[in-house]
Design a protein around this ligand. Structure first.
Ligand SMILES: NC(=O)c1ccc[n+]([C@@H]2O[C@H](COP(=O)([O-])OP(=O)(O)OC[C@H]3O[C@@H](n4cnc5c(N)ncnc54)[C@H](OP(=O)(O)O)[C@@H]3O)[C@@H](O)[C@H]2O)c1
Length: 365
């Protein structure tokens, strides 16, 4: 047996009737990768709702009986480099990225991640996060915490409306989410958008004011429609929004969209990353994602507004923008909590509580 055999521990499941569990496999570090691949020893991985959503939607009949590994975001150290890999990747490099997969045998909640850096973008060299002396987290924790959420927020702002400026007005439904945290920082510090208003729980208004929102209204006191109408009248000279971003899954504004969003002809957009219904994390079903109402909203060519469903797109180079903003101090990945690998179930439960303020990160070492 080779002297480089290691035990790879990963969090996996087979289908929605099997729990997430730690599984063990032997990995020969001399032979486990192709010439085009890197082996990364993962130091930290971050959870995203997609991780437990895909688990709960996984039927063995459709998706097979092999173990599927949790998570997408990671940070770690390169331990092996295939001979055809671009020479920008070297043994010892500290890297982070988003390993994109659906029901992959490989995922980032694993002590070793093998990937082809030319195909599995985004991957980047880690940058140092500016920290004060009392900062409780190391760079691996921060590096794992941002690619997916930052990439989603950047893609929403970059890929649709192209004429941002100080007069632009944006409304964020779900101002407290990790994606919206990135969104408001990118909106204000990178695209220099003049007005960003947000909707969150009344208890989160004080917290979110510090993130850069110009105005915040609650979703759990009065109605969203009334609260946004009042905000428009009192603070925005009754002007409509150029862009509405939904990061929770909501359709409250649909019946009054003509009063909220500027006309299509003005290049206005309504972009969701979570569909039009808030998913119940305790009971996730396909129906909440592909309800008749959502399908009609997506397909109806006569709807009066530009509706889009967005996802992170590595081709727009969001990873470089993220690195730049982290280095210049205009974005610091928000951390809700950090768990040891063996406590992965507590970490999943924390994210499922739907109360996390920032990323839930799992340390592998
Ligand atoms: N399409 C994509 O590619 C993509 C990518 C990333 C994420 N997503 C989706 O985007 C959503 C957000 O993800 P995330 O990781 O940023 O979430 P997250 O950080 O886990 O969001 C947690 C926050 O949601 C807020 N919240 C809970 N219920 C709410 C409600 N009914 N209305 C408004 N806010 C509510 C809570 O703050 P309050 O105190 O304000 O309630 C809580 O702090 C998820 O549905 C996720 O699946 C999609």
């Amino acid at each position: 047996m080779s002297d480089e055999v290691v035990t790879n521990r990963a969090v996996t499941y087979v289908n929605n009737t099997t729990p997430a569990t730690i599984t063990f496999s032997k990995l020969d570090l001399k032979t486990c990768y192709k010439d085009s691949e890197l082996v990364i020893e993962v130091h930290a991985a971050a959870l995203n709702p997609i991780d437990f959503i895909t688990h709960q939607l996984c039927s063995s009949y459709i998706f097979g009986k092999y173990p599927k590994t949790y998570s997408r975001d990671y940070s770690g150290v390169v331990v092996k480099v295939g001979k055809h890999v671009d020479n920008s990747w070297k043994v010892g490099d500290k890297v982070n990225g988003m390993y994109k997969h659906i029901y992959g045998e490989r995922g980032s909640l694993s002590h070793y991640l093998i990937l082809d850096p030319a195909k599995n973008a985004p991957i980047t060299h880690m940058v140092e996060v500016p920290k004060d002396e009392n900062d409780p987290y190391d760079d691996f924790v921060y590096a794992a915490a941002w690619p997916l959420t930052f990439g989603t927020a950047y893609s929403v702002l970059h890929n649709y409306k192209k004429d941002w400026g100080p007069d632009s007005k944006v409304l964020v439904i779900g101002a407290s989410t990790a994606v919206s945290y990135a969104f408001v920082h990118i909106a204000k510090n990178y695209f220099h958008i003049g007005t960003v208003a947000g909707i969150c729980s009344k208890n989160s208004i004080e917290r979110n004011k510090k993130l850069g929102y110009d105005y915040l209204v609650p979703y759990d006191e009065g109605t969203i429609v009334d609260n946004v109408k009042k905000l428009k009248e009192s603070e925005l000279k009754n002007e409509k929004f150029d862009f509405i971003f939904d990061s929770v899954g909501n359709h409250d504004l649909f019946p009054v969209m003509d009063q909220m969003l500027r006309p299509k002809a003005d290049n206005s957009f309504y972009v969701t990353i979570a569909g039009n219904e808030k998913a119940n994390y305790k009971h996730i079903s396909w129906v909440s994602f592909v309800s008749l109402g959502s399908v009609l909203t997506a397909l109806n060519p006569f709807k009066g507004f530009n509706w889009r469903f967005a996802a992170p797109e590595p081709s727009n180079n969001f990873i470089e923008v993220g690195n730049e903003m982290i280095k210049n101090g205009t974005y610091k990945p928000p951390i809700d909590s950090v768990y040891e690998f063996d406590q992965f179930q507590d970490a999943i439960n924390r994210l499922k509580s739907n109360k996390a303020k920032g990323k839930v990160v799992i340390k592998m070492k």
